[in-house]
Design a protein around this ligand. Structure first.
Ligand code: FE2
Length: 338
């Protein structure tokens, strides 16, 4: 034997659950159907499992679980526990969508994502290129989301994939001069289209939406353009095409041009994206603070899923924070050769 024996790798609560990364920067998939989220709820080390899961999702942006046997009540429990162990404020809970109704079959804390209605009935995908749908969930709220969970239970044979993009890598791929310019700027996020939908159809806007600060009918918030992630400490780009309407400190023309550049920086950089092909009852959980996502409307059959959205904390920017690549000592994204 040469030298001392290697010390065994430190076991973690996830050691028994095989997984693989889908790309270098975003997306991790659990490989076995034996990894069931419902078991995390009842395991003796449940706190450790949810703490590690929160860290994994925040590091990797989105995590996929194949073939989950879980009902909507258990989905809500998982999302509640994930938020708790992820360190969200005690005042935050699960989001109620502005146009979801308490009387709905599943309750207002579950949104039906459906090709035939649900919250997409407000029709905010207004046509045009498929890349026009990139967003993070509910950034119009004063206290927006930490994590979202989606389970697709009805789907076409092929089609209906979902794509996610990394906000960490979107930040890392900007030039130092652009990073510096954006840091400290703030942007308006707005969802007036839900108000228009509600008044047109005579339904009330959900008055209390997962935080004491997410109240009333004004679906507008101002957030930092670059925010610091509270768990990982990384800087991430935090504007999206569906909800971000203006950079506060710039003129309208300047803001329009810069936002268009940033939206295209996300949608045209497939190097920072992952695409997931769903199987029935798969679950994805993603971090809305550090990712963007979009649907693929390339099918005509019925596609239906249930979504639960957690509420996190008020976004903030910490000037002492660093980008993901700098923190991890990885190669500079701007100098990587093809
Ligand atoms: Fe979404």
């Amino acid at each position: 034997m040469v030298g001392p024996p290697l010390s065994p790798e430190e076991p973690t609560p996830f050691s028994a659950h095989e997984r693989r990364d889908e790309t270098p920067v975003i997306g991790t998939r659990f490989l076995s159907k034996n990894t069931q989220l419902t078991n995390f709820l009842t395991a003796p080390n449940t706190d450790d499992l949810f703490t590690e899961l929160a860290r994994l999702i925040s590091e990797r942006g989105v995590v996929f679980f194949p073939s989950q046997e879980i009902n909507v009540s258990q989905m809500k429990q998982v999302m509640y526990r994930l938020g708790e162990q992820g360190g969200r404020p005690r005042t935050s809970g699960l989001h109620k969508h502005p146009i979801s109704e308490d009387s709905s079959e599943l309750g207002a804390e579950v949104s039906i994502i459906s090709s035939e209605g649900g919250i997409l009935k407000a029709d905010y995908y207004s046509g045009g290129r498929s890349s026009s749908g990139w967003h993070s969930d509910i950034t119009f709220e004063k206290v927006p989301s930490d994590y979202s969970m989606l389970k697709i239970h009805t789907l076409p044979e092929v089609g209906g994939d979902t794509l996610w993009a990394s906000g960490y890598d979107a930040y890392d791929r900007l030039s130092p001069a652009m990073q510096k310019f954006l840091e400290g700027l703030t942007a308006v996020h707005n969802a007036d289209f839900f108000n228009h939908y509600a008044s047109k159809h005579g339904i009330p806007i959900q008055p209390l939406r997962g935080s004491p600060e997410n109240v009333g009918e004004d679906l507008t918030a101002i957030h930092p353009v670059i925010r610091t992630h509270p768990l990982t400490g990384y800087k991430t780009l935090f504007v999206n095409r569906n909800f971000t309407t203006k950079i506060v400190e710039l003129s309208k023309d300047e803001s329009d041009a810069l936002l268009d550049f940033l939206f295209r920086h996300i949608s045209e950089n497939h190097v920072l994206q992952v695409r997931y092909r769903w199987e029935r009852n798969d679950i994805a959980i993603w971090d809305n603070r550090a990712t963007f996502h979009t649907a693929t409307i390339d099918y005509s059959e019925t596609r239906v899923g249930d979504r639960v959205v957690g509420i996190g904390e008020r976004p903030y920017y910490d000037p002492a924070s660093k980008g993901r690549r700098e923190t991890l000592g990885l190669a500079d994204a701007r100098t990587l050769k093809a």
